[in-house]
Every structure is written in C-alpha cells, then in structure tokens.
Design a protein around this ligand. Structure first.
Ligand code: 2P0
Length: 360
C-alpha cells in the first residue's frame, strides 16, 4: 500500500453532529524505533508489546459548522481546558487533513484523560495519538459505513503515526511490528501490523511492571533524540542491528526461548541509551536508580535463574518484563529490592494487551 491508498472516497453523508470515544493503550518496544526520515518514516523497523493498563481515553463531540476555512477545536485534559496541548493537535490535524478532508467542516470538542499520572514520565503520545486517530477514523466510518475493520485499523495506525511514530503500534495487540523489514512480507513504514509469525504461549500473558524512577520532565524530547540520529557516527550500524534483532526474534518467539529473548531485549534497551550518549550533543536519560535497578535485576537473575529482564523507554523508568509463571516471585523481588529505587515507591503493574477499544 502507498499513502494514496488512504486518500478518502467522496462522502455523501456528513452527519450534523455526534460523539465518538476510544480507549487506546500505550506500548513498549522490544526492538526500538530511534531515528526517522521525513514524514515520520522510521529509520529502522521496531516491534512492541501492546500494553493494557496504561491507556488514554478520548471522546470527541463533533458538530457541523458554517465556516470550513480553518480547524476549530477545544481540548479538555483530565477535566480542565489545556491550551498547551493544542499546538501539537493543530499540527496533527494539518498533517492528516488530506486523508480526512471533512475535519474543517466540524467543531471538535476533544476530551481526553490518561489512566496513568501525567507526571509519571510515561510517554502519553503513543496512547494519546492512537486514541485521537481512532476517534477521527470513527467519524470517517460514519460517512463511509462500508469500510472494513482491517482498513479501519490500518488507516488509524497510519494516521496515528503522523502524530507520533510509536503511536502507530498502539491500535491493535498484542505484538505489533512497524517498519519495512524484508523477511516480513506485509511490513510497512506507513503503519503497524500484527506480528505475523508464530508466538509461543509463554509470551502471551507477559507482564510489564513499570518502575517509576523519575517522574520529572526529560531534558531531551523523543523528537529531539530522533533528530540526533542524523549524522550520528553509529547510526547506520545501529539501523542494521535492529533488522538483525528483529530476525533473531523470529525463532525466539516461536520456541519461547526466554534466555535469548532477554539478551535481545536488554541489548536493545542499552543500545537505545548508548545512541543517546553518543549523539552530538550527547545526553543521558538514565538516573543512578535506573542503573541500580538494572544491576539488581542481573544479580537476582544470576542467583535465582528467574527469567526477569528489563527494557527502557526514552526516559529513566525501568520496564520489568516477565512471564506469568514467575509473577509471584517477581512481585516479591520488586517489593523487597526495587521499590526503594522508585520515586515515592511508585510503580505500575501492566501486562500485554489486545489493543484499543471503542467505548462510545
Ligand atoms: C520506541 N521510542 O520504539 C522508541 C524507543 C522511545 C524509545 O518511539 O517523534 O514519541 O513522536 O515519532 O514515537 C518515542 O518516540 O517519537 C519512541 P515521534 P515517539 O517506542
């Protein structure tokens, strides 16, 4: 498919008003997207677990308006008008207007809230942009009821990507791949797809406990970090490595090989942060507690042979990944040894999820 496949047909039925609502989850990448080309095209492919508990709920009340020369929207975040989120949404609407040309014909009242605290350091752009894209697709579906659910999800992912790259992996579950990768025939730079190969049941109910090490603002945004991969001394080798890791996951997922899964996932997390440390300007998003947690995980794994590993997002928080079979041990370990490294002792128990849900 190309971008042109997402251009709409002529609509014959523009409703006067209505309401759409979706809840979209966050996701955690196993092979990381870090570096992009123009128009939100990823420099390398990625694959992620869709999460469940960490999610954004968005409702749009829409009504036809006379003047269709510009966008008109209000934004209410967790019950309060939120002016500082508006420029990002304005830019998003401008980018996607060509694919949803009815947007300027409506006033949109967008109400949105997150299940996780705003200041937790958990990125809300993936779940937020996914929920918004799904609401807007739902509006399009009212005007084009023939649209099938595969196309609906694919276009929602395509639009979400234009808001935030990783958001394209937050539409469906439970394992989503994004970015062209030759051995995955249907892979695309334009949208996420369900991981097409066999996945052993050991990965089906994986847990992700997010240890909230640092809840403050990051010094460098993800967009800033992606940009620093241009002219980065190790970029090309890193992009190749992401392909290699994605290839090696095929047998790992199929066999349920947790030992090798841990190797790939932890290497990806540390490589992501190594890219940050070797950018110009260089920066470090990990905190001392991030490293202490990593060392404790390694010690615990060595001592107990429990298949618990970590991954990192673009921040200081640590995602602890483990299968259902070791859940009790993992919770005990977190409480005994890791909570002390979390800001105010806070952590979020999440798990792999099935994707976004329409709620209204
Ligand atoms: C990922 N991250 O694959 C990687 C790993 C963070 C670390 O994608 O500029 O918010 O909106 O496309 O998607 C975070 O970057 O960046 C991200 P934009 P995004 O999940």
């Amino acid at each position: 498919m190309t971008e042109n496949d997402f251009l709409p047909i002529q609509y014959d039925n523009l409703p006067a008003e209505g309401k759409v609502a979706w809840k979209a989850p966050s996701n955690i990448a196993l092979v990381k997207y870090w570096g992009k080309k123009a128009n939100q095209i990823p420099a390398n492919p990625s694959v992620s677990f869709t999460l469940d508990a960490c999610a954004t709920t968005t409702t749009i009340f829409f009504s036809r308006k006379e003047d269709d020369s510009q966008f008109s929207f209000d934004l209410v975040f967790e019950g309060e008008p939120k002016e500082d989120f508006k420029p990002k949404i304005q830019t998003f609407l401008e980018r996607i207007e060509i694919y949803l040309p009815f947007l300027k014909s409506y006033h949109l009242k967008i109400e949105t809230s997150n299940s996780f605290p705003h200041s937790s350091g958990i990125a809300s752009s993936a779940s937020g942009m996914a929920a918004l894209a799904l609401c807007l697709m739902d509006m399009e579906k009212m005007m084009n009821p023939e649209m099938d659910s595969d196309f609906f999800n694919r276009k929602a992912s395509f639009l979400a990507r234009l808001g935030s790259g990783s958001a394209c992996r937050s539409i469906e579950g439970d394992l989503i791949q994004w970015g062209e990768h030759q051995p995955i025939v249907d892979s695309s730079n334009l949208y996420g797809i369900k991981y097409p190969f066999k996945v052993n049941t050991v990965f089906k109910n994986f847990h992700d406990t997010i240890l909230l090490v640092h809840k403050g603002q990051k010094q460098v945004s993800s967009s800033g970090g992606h940009n620093l991969m241009h002219n980065h001394p190790y970029a090309e080798r890193r992009f190749e490595q992401a392909h290699e890791h994605l290839d090696s996951l095929k047998a790992i997922f199929s066999e349920g090989n947790l030992e090798r899964f841990i190797e790939v996932v932890e290497s990806e997390a540390l490589t992501l942060h190594a890219m940050m440390m070797t950018s110009m300007p260089y920066f470090i998003l990990m905190k001392p507690d991030t490293l202490q947690i990593i060392n404790k995980i390694w010690d615990y794994r060595k001592k107990t042979k429990t298949p618990i590993c970590f991954t990192l997002d673009a921040g200081a928080n640590v995602h602890l990944l483990y299968p259902e079979s070791v859940k009790e041990k993992a919770i005990q370990f977190i409480q005994d040894e890791l909570v002390a490294h979390c800001e105010n002792g806070h952590y979020i128990c999440d798990r792999i999820g099935t994707g976004a849900r329409k709620i209204g």
